[in-house]
Design a protein around this ligand. Structure first.
Ligand code: NAG
Ligand code: NAG
Ligand code: NAG
Length: 279
């Protein structure tokens, strides 16, 4: 990031926070904090980052329609960790097998991060043709042997892999003809004792990007002109609106200070200089 952009961000973020009252965190779910931008209902958070509070338990709903418990959230790193689905008792089937494992809705801003070591259990020999580690020293062996939940998977083929950036970042797949169960460990280090494994699937929120074109002068609540970055630093009357489904809401509530008038529209773009929006 250039110095200019950084200065721009420093200037914009406080303005956004003070103008945009929609940037409020949701109330706790049970004893769990729900930090912005996660949203448990339309009145708080950012509705793109929808999560669910079911009987005091904060959960994430996958594209496949399965609820995963949220174990921890690190909003400043744009990450949270969900619980791997339980393996059904005395079987080797993950409880999300019906939806073929974890599938993220690609239209939503969540990805599987590159910190997950995934262990696939009860796999068919097809997996031996994959680059996965299906050797007798694979982490999955230790897991099956020592963890009661996975005991139904013993004496079958299992494999592990690090979910890296070369792989699709929106699913962990189980299915007939592949593997029937899985678990995942975050930041697994070679040689770390089993007791220290941090079971979970780390997801991260995609950060929305906007071009500098989104920075416009707001005059009587109406976007008038685009500003150069230099002018931005000198202006006191600036606001931007992100191109989200909430655009209208944010505009009514906060960006447009005078009711009934148009608010600035944002144009997300894949090109040009970009900065990440304050999420
Ligand atoms: C392992 O997966 C196969 C399908 O690939 C299934 O028929 C079998 O029941 C599974 N084993 C266990 C113990 O669940
Ligand atoms: C498989 O994983 C184990 C444990 O992580 C490692 O020691 C071994 O070198 C790996 N084997 C291959 C072929 O990658
Ligand atoms: C998230 O996943 C999508 C689709 O797989 C990919 O294009 C995108 O670069 C990923 N974003 C991040 C921040 O990793």
């Amino acid at each position: 990031m250039t110095t200019l952009l950084r200065m721009l961000l420093m200037f914009l973020v406080p303005i956004l926070l003070s103008h945009v009252s929609a940037y409020t965190a949701c109330p706790k779910c049970g004893s769990t904090e729900v930090p912005y931008p996660l949203s448990t209902d339309g009145s708080c958070g950012n509705s793109l980052y929808r999560v669910y509070c079911n009987n005091g338990v904060l959960e994430f709903l996958s594209g496949g329609g399965f609820y995963y418990k949220i174990l921890s959230i690190n909003p400043s790193a744009y990450k949270f960790v969900i619980s791997p689905p339980p393996i059904k008792k005395d079987t080797c089937y993950s409880s999300d097998f019906a939806s073929e494992g974890l599938k993220l809705d690609e239209s939503l801003p969540f990805n599987v991060s590159t910190h997950n070591t995934v262990m696939l259990l009860n796999c068919t020999n097809n997996l031996l043709r994959s680059p996965l580690n299906c050797t007798s020293s694979s982490f999955c062996r230790l897991y099956e042997e020592k963890v009661e939940e996975a005991s139904g998977c013993r004496n079958t083929l299992c494999c592990h892999y690090l979910k890296d950036s070369a792989m699709t970042s929106h699913m962990i797949r189980v299915r007939d003809g592949g593997c029937s169960a899985y678990t995942s460990v975050v930041d697994l280090k070679l040689g770390a004792p089993l007791e220290s494994w941090n079971y979970g699937i780390e997801l991260h929120f995609r950060v929305l990007l906007y071009t500098l074109q989104t920075v416009r002068k707001v005059d009587n609540g109406v976007a008038s002109e685009k500003l150069t970055p230099e002018r931005v630093e000198n202006s006191k009357e600036l606001c931007t609106a992100p191109a989200t489904p909430e655009n209208t809401l944010i505009a009514e509530d906060a960006v447009s200070p005078r009711k009934g008038e148009a608010a600035p529209l944002a144009t997300p773009s894949a090109k040009g200089e970009r900065f990440s929006f304050a999420l």
